[in-house]
Write a protein that binds this ligand. Sequence first.
Ligand code: C5P
Length: 219
Amino acid sequence: LGDGPLRGKHILVTSGPTHEPIDPVRYIANRSSGAQGTAIARALLSLGARVTFVTGPADVPPPVGADVVAVQTADEMLDAVRSAQDVDAGVFAAAVADWRVASASDQKIKKDGKGLPVLEFAENPDILATVCASKARPALVVGFAAETQDVIAHATAKRARKGCDWIVANDVSPATGIMGGTENDVVLITETGAEDWPRMGKDAVAARLAQKIAEVLNG
Ligand code: C5P
């Protein structure tokens, strides 16, 4: 473990999408690449933190030096997050699927000529909200909000609803090129209001966020 302002601190980071099975060969997913969560974990590691990195099936490799827990589904991600005890901070960058298929088939669904399959959904647990409401709530909890309109209003409401300290909000409309891209354009929502950061690389967003986390954890 490195030296730096986060030495001795343990931080949990969730990252990537989740995959929710339909049957053994098919799943429902989303376009999260895991790039921003991975960059944040790397930035925290470089400031000396111990990082537990709970990741869904991402496009980018996990950060070297993190304790990596690879999961597929939201339920598995919640289990992994619950197992990471006594962290100083949690950064919830994963794009968790809101719904799963209520009863995934344990055999491949076949074209049987008798009509189209109908999928019924069940709601996934909200991992961030669960952690915020738990007795083991870390001192600092950072959530994300991927929005396509009214970013600040939606993210401010989300911060209150989920019970987290900060929300890193961004506009993921296709025209922004942010989802799957190398840059991000975020607004940080805290208890004191909204801080609009200039558009910059995901690594730079990560470095700035890690620096801010270090300031808070060191009082
Ligand atoms: O509700 P929404 O998905 O927009 O909230 C985004 C924030 O909540 C992110 O920090 C995300 O990681 C977290 N989240 C979660 N579990 C869910 C849904 C979202 O932890 N089931």
